[in-house]
Design a protein around this ligand. Structure first.
Ligand SMILES: [Zn+2]
Ligand SMILES: [Zn+2]
Length: 378
């Protein structure tokens, strides 16, 4: 609760893409050598997985095509102090070209719908200061914590990664709370998330942080065609699709948040609607998005994951523990993300509590052998 209070009173401001914060020199267009293209890979990336090598091949092809078309190419050099460690080097010209293509493409119905939903929640949230009441504020804070845990504990750690088991009624209850964050039905969210782990930071990752903070934070969601193209159609969520409850939530997804809005409005009028839906959902959006963007850009890598995931303390504070993201990429199955005693992980404390009262069972944690394998000095 205190988290949400501090978040509401002190919104964090984020600078534009840190990926641009490197020294730049302009050169004539020419194809890039593999030496240059690999120069921004850190120790983890140099252990290239097939996905990363396909990323480099694709990137090289794209730069060459642009260069052959007479586009002037801007080359970057990673700064000498190692501040860009952990980021894949990416030519400005490709970033600019992709951004142009992104905004000028044809937007399909799904793109417009998802942008419309997110935009309308932001517009509602903008009214919040003018309709402030303490009642409305506490309703938003309480619902925010419940739907936030629905995402972190229910959707993410329980449904996506099966980090622990809950009785069915409680699993369904957490999933229903997660649905009230308006981030998609359990089937859609879990499917997207499992793909994200599989393709993380590769050329096929639709929210690749290499294209800048705002792209990985929010813009990538508005290009559904590219998402399907990059991820393919293969189903990765049959475990949920088999269950009638999740199929029902998938079929009736939008009705549930709408019903929540109607109840809030009938209980407390416009202030309850503005705070309980607009402000709450917008804040939850950006907290979840920060795990995708900030936790792949800023922070430390404790484990040799071969991607750009980072442990980021301030994202962890806001996201109930999800910001220990390098830990999570290293041990996806772990119910605990904050692996050190000082790494605050509120979702883990709730899971521990559920275990103590006998509701959560079969908790998964990283083994010593796995930790040794993932260590940098291995
Ligand atoms: Zn990630
Ligand atoms: Zn995950």
């Amino acid at each position: 609760m205190a988290l949400i209070v501090s978040l509401l009173s002190k919104p964090c401001s984020l600078p534009f893409s840190p990926l641009q914060r490197v020294t730049t020199t302009t050169t004539r267009a020419r194809p890039f050598s593999s030496k240059v293209l690999n120069s921004g890979f850190n120790q983890a990336q140099r252990k290239q997985t097939p996905l990363h090598s396909s990323f480099v091949t694709q990137l090289r092809r794209e730069v060459s095509a642009l260069a052959n078309n007479g586009v002037s190419v801007v080359a970057k050099e990673a700064d000498q102090e190692g501040k860009t460690q952990g980021r894949i080097w990416f030519p400005d010209v490709v970033v600019q070209n992709r951004r142009e293509v992104f905004w000028k493409r044809n937007w399909n119905v799904l793109d417009v719908t998802s942008a419309g939903i997110i935009l309308s929640m932001h517009l509602l949230a903008l009214c919040a200061p003018f309709y402030f009441t303490w009642h409305a504020f506490w309703v938003a804070a309480g619902l925010g914590l419940i739907s936030g845990l629905g995402i972190t504990l229910g959707y993410h750690r329980n449904l996506c990664h099966k980090s622990f088991k809950l009785p069915k009624w409680l699993e369904y209850l957490f999933a229903y709370c997660g649905l009230q964050a308006l981030q998609g039905s359990p089937i859609a969210w879990v499917s997207t998330h499992r793909c994200n782990h599989q393709l993380s930071d590769s050329e096929r990752d639709p929210r690749n942080p290499i294209l800048g903070f705002w792209f990985s934070h929010i813009n990538w969601m508005f290009d559904t065609e590219a998402i399907i193209e990059k991820r393919g159609e293969a189903s990765n969520v049959e475990d949920l699709e088999r269950q009638p409850f999740y199929r029902f939530l998938q079929a009736t997804y939008l009705l549930h948040p709408i019903a929540c809005g109607v109840v809030l409005y009938s209980l407390g009028g416009f202030p309850f609607l503005v705070w309980g839906m607009g402000a709450r959902i917008t804040i939850l959006y950006h907290i979840t998005f920060l795990v995708n963007s900030a936790s792949h850009i800023w922070g430390n890598q404790a484990w040799n994951t071969g991607d750009l995931s980072k442990n980021n303390w301030w994202v962890a504070l806001l996201s109930l523990g999800e910001g220990w993201h390098n830990n999570h990429h290293a041990f996806e199955y772990s119910a605990r993300h904050g692996l050190e005693w000082w790494q605050l992980d509120l979702t883990w404390y709730v899971i521990r509590f559920l275990k103590v009262i006998g509701l959560a069972t079969e908790l998964k944690l990283p083994s010593q052998a796995h930790m040794q394998r993932m260590a940098f000095n291995n």
